[in-house]
Ligand binder design. Sequence first.
Ligand SMILES: Cc1ncc(COP(=O)(O)O)c(C=O)c1O
Length: 422
Amino acid sequence: MTLALYGGKPVRTRPWVSKFIGGEELGQEERERVLRVLAKKRIFRYLPEGLDESETAQLEREYAGFVGTKYALAVNSGTSALICALIGVGVGPGDEVLIPAYTWIATAGAVVAVGAVPVLCEIDDSLTIDPEDLAAKITPHTKAVIVVHMRGMSCDMERILAVARAHNLKVVEDVAQANGGSFQGRRLGSFGDAGCFSLQQSKVITTGEGGMLVTNSEEVWQRAVIYHDGAMYQFRFTERKIPAFAGQNYRLTELQAALSLGQIEKMPALIDKIRAVKRQALDVLQGQAGISFSPAFGSERDLGVSLVFYAKTTNQAAFLERAITAEGIPAQRIYDSQAHDQHVYVNWEFLMQKQDPWGGHFPWDQAFYKGSVEYRPDICPKTLDLLGRAVQIRLNQLITDEDLADLAAAVAKAVAAMPNEE
Ligand SMILES: Cc1ncc(COP(=O)(O)O)c(C=O)c1O
């Protein structure tokens, strides 16, 4: 059969599934909740009347219950959740923070926003931070690590927590892409000193823009509360136990919180569906010669929100990307040196150049920073090798048996014509 890439008939002409998960579930439930907020004419959270019944307070209670932490703080994005978490755990000028070389650029940006220096660590084939490299990158200046549960894959929290405890590091979990995921039976976000979620539209559940911070520490929570709202409204209603410092405005609106309440209700069913879809997708692809999967894929560590497999060479991966896409199923090689995907460290221009917004190199060139860190495209070769061979296809909960059959056919057709090289 001639590949569609070379003019043959494509396996599929119907569009592939949408890239949204929770976004596809927006419906009556969310509409009614939002309309109720409009009818109440109370769209700012911190009005004294009925504070405890505010949509945002309810959402925080739901989240803390869902993740299994004592506290939750709703904020206006995943990025602001990360910034509040870093402030919450005490990261600041002079500190180094370990982050994976594969994550959304916001993880690195949040570190710089609090005056600290990001140090890049390799990932392993699970697509998450390599615990061995994490240990190797610790210096006397390391204060914390942000572990990122990437593409729905949980980090190896057992090994990471062992390293962090041995070196007295704070752990912040970036759960932006794995909301609802778990590791050894516990929800992600509940392992570290703080967990951060994004509710932006591409995430598992969404309110357009939004975020959530969870923690078991009252002190971390209070520090984050101060930072998320410069006027500390919340402490008009709650006892504050720590001194004041300047904060920002990262508050969530009642409309967004109401939307999220509708979405979080759907989470358990959504997670069951998407995990089942992922297992089926792996079943139809796992026998294919020439491509491989991490043992972590399809395991409990895998929430199932994306499908990734590895070719043996970058050339083969580049071919598969083009051939599968031409068959009607959008496929993407995760690292392509010609693309500028901001999930891969080589494309984080501000970091590579150590550039601040004022034409200088804050915080890297400041006297308070006693370490030294170099960023070059070749500093995480294992990450580039893995991502250059990784082909990604989006999945969502709405995939049907027919879609899976098309997936299997398109991949088989492309793999059969793949250049034969080692
Ligand atoms: C891994 C990761 N961290 C942080 C963020 C930032 O979230 P937000 O866009 O809500 O600020 C994102 C989302 O794009 C992400 O994917």
